[in-house]
Ligand binder design. Structure first.
Ligand SMILES: CC(C)(COP(=O)(O)OP(=O)(O)OC[C@H]1O[C@@H](n2cnc3c(N)ncnc32)[C@H](O)[C@@H]1OP(=O)(O)O)[C@@H](O)C(=O)NCCC(=O)NCCS
Length: 189
C-alpha cells in the first residue's frame, strides 16, 4: 500500500450516479459477484487476475483482499441493490504515487446502455481528487473498442500503443494507453 492510500479510508464512500451507486465491496456481495463475474465475455479484456471460470473460491479470495489491494478505491457498481460490476484504481509507489492505473468491468446483460460511461464519469474525477493524482491511466487491449469509447467519451487521451505488451490466452496483444493528466493539482481532475 502506498502512503497516499495508507492515510485514506475509502470504506464509507458511496458515489451515486444515474441508475447506480459506486461503493466498496462487501462480503455479502459474494453471490452476486460470482453470478456476474463468471462470464467469458468479461475476461477477454481483463488481466488474468480475473479468472475464468470465476468460482466461489475466486470470489472469496477477491473479497478477502487477496487478489487486489482493497484498501485502494476498488468499488462495486451496484445496480438495483446488487453488485453487477467493478471499478477501481491502484496508485503506483514511490516516484509513481502521483499516478494510478484503473480498470472496470460490467455484467454483459447491462452492456450498451451507457452505464460504464457514466460510472467512469463519476469515478475518474473523484479518484483523481481523492488520491491527489496527476495522472489516471488505463491500458486497453487493441480489440476492446467498447472500453476505448468509454474512455474517449470521458476525456481520456490516447497516448499511444504499447506493442505486444500483453499475452492473453496464448495470444500477443497490443495495449492502447489512455490517460487523463493534469500538471497541477489545482487544475480540474
Ligand atoms: C467495456 C465495458 C465496461 C463497456 O461497458 P458499457 O456499459 O457497455 O459501455 P457504454 O454503454 O457506456 O459505452 C460503450 C461504447 O462502446 C461502443 N461499443 C460497444 N461495443 C462496440 C464494438 N464492438 N465496436 C465499437 N464500439 C462498440 C458503444 O456503442 C458505446 O459507444 P457510443 O456511446 O459512442 O455508442 C464492458 O463491455 C465490459 O465490462 N467489458 C468487459 C471488461 C472490460 O473489457 N473492461 C475494460 C478493461 S480496459
Amino acid at each position: 500500500m502506498n502512503v497516499a492510500a495508507a492515510i485514506r479510508d475509502f470504506s464509507q464512500v458511496r458515489l451515486p450516479g444515474e441508475g447506480f451507486v459506486l461503493r466498496p465491496w462487501r462480503l455479502d456481495d459474494l453471490d452476486a459477484l460470482v453470478r456476474h463475474a463468471d462470464d467469458a465475455r468479461i475476461v477477454r479484456g481483463l488481466s488474468t487476475r480475473f479468472p475464468h471460470p470465476y468460482t466461489r473460491e475466486d470470489g472469496e479470495r477477491f473479497l478477502a483482499g487477496d487478489v487486489v489491494d482493497l484498501s485502494d478505491p476498488v468499488f462495486a457498481i451496484e445496480v438495483d441493490g446488487e453488485a453487477c460490476g467493478g471499478i477501481g484504481a491502484h496508485p503506483g509507489r514511490g516516484e509513481r504515487s502521483h499516478s494510478a492505473e484503473f480498470g472496470y468491468w460490467l455484467t454483459p446483460s447491462l452492456w450498451g446502455r451507457g452505464l460504464m460511461t457514466k460510472a467512469v464519469a463519476v469515478f475518474a474525477p473523484w479518484a483523481m481528487q481523492s488520491l491527489s493524482l496527476h495522472r489516471l491511466q488505463a491500458g486497453v487491449f487493441a480489440f476492446n473498442t467498447a472500453s476505448a469509447r468509454v474512455l474517449q467519451k470521458n476525456g481520456f487521451e490516447e497516448e499511444g500503443v504499447a506493442r505486444c505488451a500483453v499475452m492473453k490466452f496464448g495470444e500477443v496483444h497490443d495495449l492502447r494507453v489512455f490517460a487523463r493528466a493534469r500538471r497541477s493539482l489545482s487544475d480540474a481532475p
